[in-house]
Design a protein around this ligand. Structure first.
Ligand SMILES: O=C(O)CCC(=O)C(=O)O
Length: 208
């Protein structure tokens, strides 16, 4: 992979190691769903990105679709409970998120799903993380975005509100919370032009 971190627009990332929630902003959606956003949140995002490109055991998946089996358009790997994460900054991030949301979430973030969007043709279709507890209970999915910006689209499952689009830039934190997984859906659509991007999604136990 020929990756140059200079491809990404410069972000005012605090490189001292502090994980600061003071700039986080919440957007309230309908039916008890919300999204929190903190821009340029992860310190050292360039180096984390390069490490993840190199060290995560990325795998391509295929899945049945109607009468065919098709490529899943992104590379994936999930770090399960107890598995060491590929960069200490991600371990720090998981702990900081668990502390910050402890009262509201009531449990720590445990797993880290990683998705590698190689270019604008990679994407994820409309879905909610409703396998497991997200189907019936409020929960959170915290995304750290690295690399080229992509857009997270959100729409209410039953209509009644406008869709929302969240730009996810290099080092940004985007947290979907409340009923978001079961009352809203989200997607990262294909785009004409995009460089590589990695999404790291922290989830509590039994949320997929
Ligand atoms: O690319 C992203 O940040 C979103 C990923 C996502 O929704 C998923 O993997 O379930």
């Amino acid at each position: 992979m020929d990756f140059q971190s200079t491809l990404f627009a410069p972000q005012p990332v605090d490189d001292t190691g502090a994980l600061d929630f003071s700039t986080i902003e919440r957007t309230t959606l309908t039916r008890g769903a919300w999204v929190d956003i903190a821009r340029a949140w992860l310190p050292g995002a360039d180096e984390v990105f390069e490490t993840l490109v190199r060290d995560v055991p990325w795998r391509a998946e295929r899945r049945p679709m109607y009468d065919r089996v098709v490529d899943v358009p992104r590379l994936l790997h999930t770090y399960m409970i107890g598995e060491e994460l590929p960069h200490a900054r991600l371990t720090d991030a998981r702990e900081a998120l668990s502390d910050h949301y402890a009262d509201e979430l009531g449990e720590p973030f445990r797993t880290a799903g990683c998705a590698y969007y190689r270019d604008g043709r990679d994407s994820v279709a409309w879905h909610g993380d409703t396998i497991g507890r997200g189907k019936t209970t409020d929960t959170m999915v915290a995304i750290v975005s690295l690399g080229d910006p992509r857009r997270l689209h959100l729409r209410p499952r039953l209509g009644g509100a406008d869709a929302v689009v969240v730009e996810m830039g290099h080092g940004d934190l985007v947290v979907m919370g409340g009923s978001c997984q079961r009352t809203w859906e989200h997607a990262v659509p294909k785009v004409a032009h995009a460089g590589p991007r990695i999404s790291v999604q922290f989830r509590p136990l039994n949320v997929f």
